[in-house]
Write a protein that binds this ligand. Structure first.
Ligand SMILES: Cc1cc2nc3c(=O)[nH]c(=O)nc-3n(C[C@H](O)[C@H](O)[C@H](O)COP(=O)(O)O)c2cc1C
Length: 461
């Protein structure tokens, strides 16, 4: 059989992900494997239509397509995202229709499910026969049992093609609303930012789109302290190439070559309120937005937008993409900021959106003034615990700058073995719990409430 492998690593043949493909190739040399490093050569594919068409032709000739990529900031890297956009822009969905496909990601398992969900939905949008996904840990290939599991998965894929097995669909096509937003006059008093600063990053800033109009309406409701930047104007010379040089000192290799580091540290990190604005493109925002998230990875796993209010203005059917909503919220939560809301053009009339935008601005300022940061859900809480374990352990030698930050910012203090309160409690209570008579007579519900009652009855708390 013939396979087209769409490699989503900027490192191409040098990537960890490709080693997994080479392993399958070694075990099954009877098949033909055509590897296309589409993420690595994305600039060329944008400019050189012939090269793009050659890849498309090879896909047409193949029995199966393998999407193989590293997870980059909860998704695929911006270059791979751009390749997916090109398939739709150049209207080549037909080539993918009814092709058997499987998905391989490598990562540390941090939001690999959202990346996998994204590609799965893209496969459904392309009408492919989706056999399954393999969310590998980067190191899986180094362990015999895990290696065997990968091989078995690959063989199941081959079998599905040979036997022409039926496949299920998981995602309905997105429904885009045909609606033109017409902003009205702002009749309420313009809002004072009360010494707080607001930065709006948007990919549209003129009035030719719903997004641009929503953003401008938002900006108009505020009297002072607000800056609007079009993300296409940020000086970015290139995408993240996964070199991991930043791991040592949080310095990006592009630091002196373009303006991104300065933009992030001087603008984004210094403002109190952030509003990110974008349009839904396939099952995410644009690849330009993804580029910004990827480039901000020079800070690795340390939060850099701490203590801010962060909300979204979105044009397009985000309510139909819970996967994207999860990513946006998680990103805010593990940054130790407060997730405000997403205002969209999906529901209501123009007057309703006007009212929502005004209220959005007011809420952002009010919450910023009170320094309100909501508690994290599982999304942010689990994220930091994963980072903590990985940076403390197997990836410390790569992410030394993170390790220093975690040491000095109390991140390691929350390791179970460092939790002094929990330690004392367990020392006292575990011996008592082992006494049958005591344990059987204890009213656990009452015991749980004892410390709460202290808080409720104390007038000073
Ligand atoms: C910019 C960047 C972002 C990353 N984001 C994630 C992530 O969100 N989740 C995760 O588990 N790993 C993440 N990783 C780690 C890679 O997914 C992992 O190291 C992968 O195996 C690299 O594969 P490659 O060598 O094929 O590019 C990221 C790495 C880089 C360079």
């Amino acid at each position: 059989m013939k396979f087209s492998i769409l490699s989503g690593s900027p490192k191409g043949a040098q990537s960890v992900t490709m080693q997994y493909i080479l392993y399958i190739q070694k075990k099954h040399p009877e098949h033909e494997y055509n590897i296309f490093n589409v993420a690595q050569i994305i600039k060329r594919l944008e400019k050189d239509q012939d090269r793009f068409d050659e890849i498309i032709e090879a896909i047409k000739e193949s029995d199966g397509v393998i999407w193989a990529f590293p997870v980059y900031v909860m998704l695929v890297c911006s270059q791979y995202k751009r390749f997916i956009e090109l398939i739709f822009e150049r209207k080549r969905e037909d080539v993918f229709k009814d092709k058997y496909t499987m998905v391989l990601s490598t990562s540390i398992h941090f939001y690999d499910h959202t990346a996998q969900n994204y590609i799965h939905a893209i496969c459904d949008d392309l009408g492919m026969k989706y056999v399954g996904n393999f969310p590998a840990d980067s190191w899986d290939l180094l362990y015999p049992k895990r290696r065997a599991r990968w091989l078995l998965f690959g063989e199941k894929f081959f079998e599905a093609i040979e036997m022409k097995l039926p496949t299920t669909k998981n995602y309905h096509p997105l429904q885009f609303r045909d609606f033109v937003y017409q902003p009205g006059e702002i009749t309420q008093k313009k809002l004072d930012t009360k010494n707080k600063t607001i930065l709006v990053l948007s990919e549209d800033t003129d009035d030719s789109t719903n997004l641009g109009k929503m953003v401008n309406q938002f900006v108009k409701s505020i009297s002072n302290g607000i800056e609007l930047i079009n993300i296409n104007d940020i000086d970015i010379k290139g995408p993240c190439i996964g070199c991991a040089k930043c791991g040592y000192n949080h310095e990006c290799i592009y630091k002196d070559k373009d303006g991104f580091t300065e933009f992030w540290t001087e603008k984004v990190m210094k403002t109190d309120i952030l509003i990110f604005a974008g349009t839904i493109k396939d099952r995410y925002l644009s690849s330009r937005w993804k580029l910004i998230y990827d480039r901000a990875f020079f800070n690795n796993h340390t939060p850099t937008i701490i203590g801010k209010q962060l909300g979204y203005i979105i044009s397009g059917p985000i309510s139909q993409i819970p996967n994207l909503k999860e990513m946006l919220q998680a990103h805010v939560e593990y940054q130790d900021s407060n997730f405000l809301n997403s205002i969209t053009d999906e529901f209501g009339e123009s007057e309703d959106i006007d009212a929502l935008l005004y209220n959005f601005a007011k809420q952002a300022i009010d919450l910023s003034v009170t320094n309100y940061i909501g508690p994290r859900t599982f999304l942010g809480e689990a994220a930091m615990k994963m980072f903590r374990d990985d940076v403390y352990g197997r990836n410390r030698f790569v992410f030394l700058a993170d390790h220093e930050y975690y040491k000095t910012h109390g991140v390691y203090d929350t390791f179970p073995q460092n939790d002094e309160r929990a330690k004392k409690l367990n020392e006292k209570l575990i011996p008592l719990m082992k006494i049958d008579k005591l344990r059987n007579n204890i009213n656990m519900m009452d015991e749980f409430l004892r410390p709460f009652r202290k808080v409720l009855s104390d007038p000073n708390k």
